[in-house]
Design a protein around this ligand. Structure first.
Ligand SMILES: NC(=O)c1ccc[n+]([C@@H]2O[C@H](COP(=O)([O-])OP(=O)(O)OC[C@H]3O[C@@H](n4cnc5c(N)ncnc54)[C@H](OP(=O)(O)O)[C@@H]3O)[C@@H](O)[C@H]2O)c1
Length: 414
């Protein structure tokens, strides 16, 4: 069998880990590494490799496989298109690119008779795309539920287990390398929704661009929410979900309450989990590390091996996706609303009246003893209600004069 020649675009965290895995494989050879300011990047453990800052050098070398681990949509997307046109198969870990431009790039691949694989773009080292496409192809999948962002999960589970405040847990995540200096994409759900967009297509067959997926930030979650969550037999996770509902979808990324025994609660620290539900097979879970050089490089390398024919054949492209008739952020479900109030008589009555005006029933009121009556946190749980009623009810509750912080609502994901 002839050697598969590989060019690597990007020699950062993932690129370096991929290079080490390539070295360990027979019949696969790393011929080129491309990076800006490449002199800074050279290492002595890759003998015989050509280092370059020019994408033209890569294309001229006609590699069998180009691995893109530069990140960002532009120019990475352009380089992938050029690589496909030059006759290379491509492996990428780039979730934003695949979520936003995957259709066009997959069409490019198919037009050129090449393949574009992206296992590492969702849940890092967890083989969820291959597992769904190959292992569950026989089922009709109707739901994807996941903890898809390791940074959020690290923060939330450290708040849960070590009783840290949000800012403390975020600082710890940053110090441990689990959160970026600017953590916006992670905390506000944009990273998870790119992955959910890819999963909606692979698992459910729906074209669901990231911007159609509503995002709720985990920033309002406070340590007190874990105390109340535990009283309710639950804990808190950043939940990504896409659920088929007739011809449409419910799709969103949101902090949510999950039962303590549920699979989503088992993902701790920077772990990820994906649970897909099929008509015939029921729930199937994929669990592991969704990020980090090592796990992500394993997913990249598995795509490389699939392409180079040393392992199982990879599926070609992605079948045509349907357009959802509607995409709703939430559905009829129980809700948790945490208030922080300047305590006075009549608070519960005012909240009850805001709920009643929208035909929402209060299920329970939870209040632990609290010294500071000027900033008293307590929780109201609501019976299942439609988003169309919940949204105006929350707006009315936000406007109540005794709030000293914005009321924070999240669904029970059951
Ligand atoms: N890290 C993870 O855990 C993880 C998990 C899943 C998926 N991914 C995805 O994998 C990809 C790479 O992530 P990473 O963590 O390895 O990023 P990284 O450490 O920042 O590596 C990116 C590399 O590409 C180089 N680069 C960036 N822009 C360039 C440009 N315009 N021209 C030439 N070289 C350029 C960077 O050079 P400089 O050193 O000069 O910046 C760096 O060496 C991203 O798409 C990311 O979303 C990462």
């Amino acid at each position: 069998m002839s050697t598969t020649r590989i060019a690597l675009l990007g020699f950062g965290t993932v690129g370096q880990a991929v290079a080490r895995l390539i070295l360990a494989q027979p019949d696969v050879s790393l011929t080129h590494v491309f990076n800006r300011h490449v002199a800074r990047k050279r290492v002595d453990w890759l003998p015989g490799v050509t280092w370059t800052e020019s994408i033209d050098d890569i294309l001229a070398a006609r590699p069998d496989i180009v691995i893109e681990v530069v990140g960002g949509r532009d120019p990475a997307g352009h380089w992938i298109a050029q690589a496909l046109a030059s006759g290379a198969d491509v492996v990428t870990a780039n979730k934003q690119l695949i979520a936003n431009e995957g259709d066009r790039l997959l069409a490019d691949a198919s037009r050129n008779g090449r393949r574009l694989l992206f296992e590492a773009a969702v849940a890092g080292g967890i083989p969820v795309i291959r597992g769904i496409r190959e292992g569950l192809a026989g089922d009709r999948l109707t739901r994807v539920l996941g903890v898809l962002n390791g940074t959020c999960n690290y923060i939330l589970t450290r708040m849960e287990s070590a009783h840290l405040g949000f800012d403390e847990a975020l600082a710890e995540a940053q110090a441990a390398g689990f959160a970026e200096a600017d953590p916006t994409d992670d905390l506000d759900g944009y990273d998870a929704r790119a992955k959910l967009s890819i999963l909606a297509r692979v698992a459910l067959g729906y074209a669901l661009p990231p911007e159609r997926i509503a995002c709720g930030s985990i920033r309002p979650v406070r340590d007190i929410d874990f105390v109340y969550a535990a009283q309710l037999g639950t804990t808190i996770r950043q939940v990504s979900r896409a659920i088929v509902e007739g011809d449409g979808l419910v799709a969103g990324v949101t902090p949510g309450l999950v039962p303590t025994g549920a699979p989503l609660a088992r993902a701790v620290r920077n772990q990820n989990i994906v649970v897909v539900t099929g008509d015939a097979g029921g729930d199937t879970g994929f669990f592991g590390f969704g990020a980090g050089g090592g796990p992500t490089a394993v997913a990249v390398m598995s795509d490389v091996l699939a392409l180079s024919g040393h392992r199982v054949a990879a599926p070609a492209g992605t079948p045509d996706a349907r357009q959802p008739v509607s995409v709703r952020a939430g559905m009829r479900e129980r809700q948790y609303v945490r208030f922080v109030v300047d305590d006075r008589p009549g608070i519960i009555a005012a909240i009850a009246s805001a709920c009643a005006a929208h035909a929402i029933n209060i299920d329970s009121v939870l209040q632990i003893p609290w010294a500071d009556k000027q900033a008293l946190p307590f929780v109201v749980t609501l019976d299942p209600c439609e988003p169309a009623s919940l949204v105006p009810a929350l707006a009315a509750m936000r406007a109540l004069p005794f709030n000293v912080a914005e009321p924070f609502a999240m669904p029970f994901v059951e």
